[in-house]
Design a protein around this ligand. Structure first.
Ligand SMILES: Cc1ncc(COP(=O)(O)O)c(C=O)c1O
Length: 437
C-alpha cells in the first residue's frame, strides 16, 4: 500500500469525519508542507492554495516572521496562567489598538473565531442588559452554540434547539434581492423590513447586531455602499451595539486595514481571527474602554485555558508586524485588482459567470445557467472545482456550488494568478463541453 492509501486507511479508522467542506468521506490529498501560496501533499504534488488553508494563511504559509516568533516563544514561554498578564499578550493588545479604528482600544484574546464572536455577544448582553441579537441571513459566525445560532448561511440542520433570542435580518444580497428590489432605488428596503420584523418579535430587550461587513461563507456577498452606516443608525436608535465580525475581512485582507473603514463606520466591537495568528489559532475581541470598564465592573469574565498564551500572542504580534511592515493592505488590493481583471476577462468568454465580486484577496464568482434567468449553476460550480482541484488549484465552493470563493494569500505572484486564471478557463471549457445541449 502506498503512503497516502495507508494514511487514509488509518484516518478512516481513527479520525472523526464531518468536515465542513469534506463531503462526508475520507479522501486525499493528505498535506505535509507549505510555503507562501503553495502546499504539498504526501505524494509530492504541489497545489496553489487559493483557500489560504482555512483562510488563516492569508499572509502566506509559514511566513518566516511568524515561524521565527513561534521558535522564540518555544525557547521562552509557550503557555502561561490566563489570569496573569504575560509580556507577549500586553504587547499584542497595544499593537492591536494601534491598527483598530479610533476608540477601540481594549482587547481580550481567545483561540477561535467562534469564541471571539461568543464573547462579543456576551459583552453586548452584559453592557446593554438585553439578550436579543440579530444577524443577516447569509452570515457565518462559527459553529459553537451562540455563534451557530447567529449563522444563517447553513450548518444548522439537525442541531436541535439553539439558544433563544437570536434573529435573522434580510441580507443585502443585491444580485438576488429577496425583496426583488434594486439598489439604489430600494433605499435599503431590506434593512427597513428587517427592523420592522425585529421590533415586532422583540420582547423589549435588544442587545446587538452581529454582522460581517462582507459576507464570506454566505457567498462573497458585498453590501451596497451606505448599508453599514444605515445599519449602525438603526442599531443606535434601539440601543443595540454593533459588533463587526472582521475575522474574514479585517487586518488588510480587503485592501484596507478593516472593511468598515471604507464605510466610515466605527462599530462598538470588532472581532478578528483567521490570519491574525499567521496560521496559529488566536482571536480577539476589541472594544472601547467605556464598554470594557462597564462590563468588567458588572462581573463579566471569559477565559479559556489557552486564552492569552504567549506562543499564540507572539504569533499575533508577528502577523501584525508583517501586516504593517510589508504593507499587506496594498498588496491585497493589488492582487485583487489583478485577479478580478482575469475573472472579468473570463466573464467575457463564459456566459455562466453571472457576477464577479469581492475586494482584495476575498473574491467570488457566482455561476448561473444564463444571465437572464440567473438560475444558480450548482453542478457547473462543482465540475469546475473538481477539474481545478485535480490539477492543483485549491479554492472553495459556497452556496451549494454556485459560488466559487478565492482567497489567494498575499504571497501570490502575478504568474501564479495567471496560472489560476488559465486553469479556470480550461475548467469552464471542459465542464461546458461535456454538458447536454
Ligand atoms: C466571518 C467568520 N466568522 C467566524 C468564523 C469562525 O471562526 P472559527 O472557525 O475560528 O471558529 C469564521 C470561519 O470561517 C468566519 O468566516
Amino acid at each position: 500500500m502506498d503512503q497516502e492509501a495507508d494514511l487514509l486507511a488509518r484516518a478512516r479508522r481513527y479520525s472523526f469525519g464531518g468536515r465542513m467542506d469534506g463531503g462526508g468521506g475520507v479522501a486525499g490529498p493528505v498535506f505535509v508542507s507549505g510555503s507562501g501560496s503553495e502546499v504539498e501533499d504526501v505524494n509530492g504534488k504541489r497545489y496553489l492554495d487559493f483557500n489560504a488553508g482555512q483562510m488563516c494563511a492569508a499572509l502566506g504559509h509559514n511566513h518566516p516572521t511568524v515561524t521565527a516568533a513561534i521558535k522564540r516563544a518555544c525557547d521562552t514561554l509557550i503557555h502561561a496562567h490566563s489570569s496573569h498578564f504575560n509580556i507577549e499578550e500586553i504587547r499584542l493588545a497595544e499593537r492591536l489598538a494601534g491598527v483598530m479604528p479610533g476608540g477601540l482600544d481594549k482587547s481580550l484574546f481567545l483561540q477561535s473565531g467562534s469564541e471571539a464572536n461568543e464573547a462579543a455577544v456576551a459583552i453586548a448582553r452584559r453592557y446593554t442588559g438585553g439578550y436579543e441579537v440579530a444577524s443577516p441571513h447569509v452570515s457565518f459566525h462559527g459553529l459553537s452554540d451562540t455563534a451557530r445560532s447567529l449563522t444563517f448561511a447553513g450548518w444548522r440542520d439537525g442541531q436541535g434547539a439553539l439558544p433563544a433570542g437570536n434573529y435573522a435580518l434580510i441580507a443585502p444580497y443585491c444580485y438576488r434581492c429577496p425583496l426583488r428590489q434594486s439598489f439604489p432605488a430600494c433605499n435599503y428596503a431590506c434593512l427597513d423590513a428587517s427592523f420592522e420584523l425585529l421590533d415586532a418579535q422583540s420582547t423589549g430587550r435588544p442587545a446587538a447586531v452581529l454582522t460581517e461587513p462582507l459576507f464570506s461563507a454566505g457567498g462573497v456577498i458585498e453590501p451596497p455602499p451606505g448599508w453599514l452606516r444605515r445599519l449602525h443608525e438603526l442599531c443606535r436608535a434601539r440601543g443595540m451595539l454593533l459588533i463587526l465580525d472582521e475575522e474574514q475581512t479585517g487586518l488588510g485582507k480587503l485592501g484596507t486595514m478593516f472593511a468598515c473603514e471604507t464605510e466610515g463606520v466605527t462599530p462598538d466591537l470588532i472581532t478578528v481571527a483567521k490570519h491574525f495568528g499567521g496560521g496559529v489559532g488566536i482571536s480577539a475581541v476589541t472594544t472601547t474602554a467605556e464598554i470594557e470598564e462597564t462590563v468588567v465592573a458588572r462581573g463579566f469574565t471569559v477565559t479559556h485555558s489557552h486564552s492569552n498564551d504567549p506562543l499564540a500572542c507572539a504569533a499575533g504580534n508577528a502577523s501584525l508586524e508583517v501586516i504593517e511592515n510589508e504593507n499587506v493592505p496594498a498588496r491585497a488590493a493589488a492582487i485583487g485588482t489583478c485577479f478580478k481583471g482575469h475573472l472579468a476577462a473570463l466573464a467575457q468568454r463564459w456566459e455562466q459567470i453571472g457576477d464577479v465580486r469581492g475586494r482584495g484577496i476575498l473574491i467570488g464568482i457566482e455561476l448561473v445557467e444564463d444571465r437572464h434567468s440567473r438560475r444558480p449553476a450548482h453542478a457547473l460550480g462543482r465540475a469546475v472545482h473538481r477539474y481545478c482541484f485535480e490539477r492543483g488549484l485549491i479554492f472553495s465552493l459556497r452556496r451549494n456550488g454556485s459560488v466559487l470563493r478565492f482567497v489567494p494569500p498575499v504571497s501570490t505572484s502575478e504568474a501564479q494568478l495567471d496560472r489560476a486564471a488559465a486553469l479556470l478557463d480550461a475548467a469552464f471549457a471542459a465542464a461546458l463541453s461535456t454538458r447536454p445541449q
